[in-house]
Design a protein around this ligand. Structure first.
Ligand code: IDP
Ligand code: MG
Length: 239
C-alpha cells in the first residue's frame, strides 16, 4: 500500500543475473552496472537524493540536492502530498509500467495519454515480456509478503509496457495520477480509480521515490533505450 512504499525508500545495492540485462555495462544517472568475478551484474546507485521514511514532522518537507539539469532558480518551494513530498523545482525521472492486465485490456493508450496530457516527457517506451528474475528484483522489497509469488506470476503473465518519464515533481505527481494501490480506494479521476477494481489487478506501476525511479529505469532499460530530447511544447509547460 502507499504508506508501505514510503518506508522502503533507500539506496541499497542490488544484484541481478547477467541474463537480465543485455548491456554488459551501463552507467547512467548515477546507477552503475558492473560484473563481479562470479559473473553477476551489480547495480550501484550513487545518488542519495531520496524521500526517506519520515521520523519527525520536519521531514515532511524535504530538500532534494540539486541535479545538473535542475531549474536554475535557487528558491526551493515544495508542495506537501499525503504520502510523498513533490519538489516544484527538481527534474526527476520515474518508471511507469502498464502491467499485463492493462495491456490485455487495451488500456495502454489511455494510460500513456494521462502522463502525456499532464505535460511530462516520455524518455523510454517498450513492450516487454518480463522474466521472473527481473520481476523478483523489481519487487524485492515485497519478498516477505504473502502475495509475493502471486505478484510475480501476475507481472510475468504477459507483456508489460515499460516507460520512463521525466519532469518536475514527476515521481509524486505520477503516484497521484495512478491513485491508491487498492483501486476501490483510489479516487475517481485516477488511473486505478477509473480503470481497475482489485489490488492484484491494478493495471499500472509507478516508482515510489526519485531514487527508486532511477533504480527502476536502470533495471528495465538499457542505456541506449532512454532518449533525451526537447519537446516542442517545453516553453508552454515551464515559465
Ligand atoms: P504500489 O504499486 O501502489 O506502489 P505496493 O505496496 O508497492 O503498491 O505493491 C506493489 C504491487 O503489489 C501492487 O501494485 C499490487 O499489484 C501488488 N499488491 C500489493 N498489495 C497486495 C495485496 O494485498 N494482494 C495482492 N497484491 C498486492
Ligand atoms: Mg510500490
Amino acid at each position: 500500500m502507499e504508506m508501505e512504499a514510503l518506508a522502503v525508500f533507500g539506496g541499497s545495492p542490488c544484484a541481478l543475473s547477467s541474463s537480465l540485462l543485455r548491456s554488459p555495462t551501463a552507467d547512467r544517472n548515477g546507477c552503475r552496472l558492473s560484473y563481479t568475478s562470479s559473473h553477476k551484474l551489480i547495480l550501484r546507485t550513487t545518488h542519495h537524493n531520496h524521500l526517506s521514511a519520515f521520523q519527525t514532522q520536519s521531514h515532511l518537507f524535504s530538500n532534494y540536492p540539486s541535479r545538473p539539469h535542475a531549474h536554475k532558480n535557487t528558491h526551493k518551494s515544495h508542495i506537501f502530498l499525503p504520502h510523498l513530498v513533490a519538489s516544484t523545482e527538481e527534474v526527476e525521472e520515474t518508471y511507469i509500467m502498464v502491467k499485463p492486465d492493462g495491456v490485455q485490456r487495451g488500456l495502454v493508450g489511455e494510460i500513456i495519454s494521462r502522463f502525456e496530457k499532464k505535460g511530462f516527457k516520455l524518455t523510454g517506451l517498450k513492450l516487454f515480456q518480463c522474466p521472473k528474475e527481473l520481476a523478483e528484483e523489481h519487487y524485492k522489497d515485497l519478498k516477505s509478503k504473502s502475495f509475493f509469488t502471486k505478484l510475480i506470476d501476475y507481472i510475468t503473465s504477459g507483456p508489460v509496457v515499460c516507460m520512463a518519464w521525466e519532469g518536475i515533481g514527476v515521481v509524486a505527481s505520477a503516484r497521484k495520477l495512478i491513485g491508491a494501490t487498492n483501486p476501490l480506494q483510489a479516487e475517481p479521476g485516477t488511473i486505478r480509480g477509473d480503470l481497475a477494481v482489485q489490488t492484484g489487478r491494478n493495471v499500472v506501476h509507478g516508482s515510489d521515490s526519485p531514487e527508486n525511479g532511477k533504480r527502476e529505469i536502470a533495471l528495465w532499460f538499457k542505456e541506449d533505450e532512454v532518449c533525451q530530447w526537447t519537446p516542442a511544447q517545453a516553453p508552454w509547460l515551464r515559465e
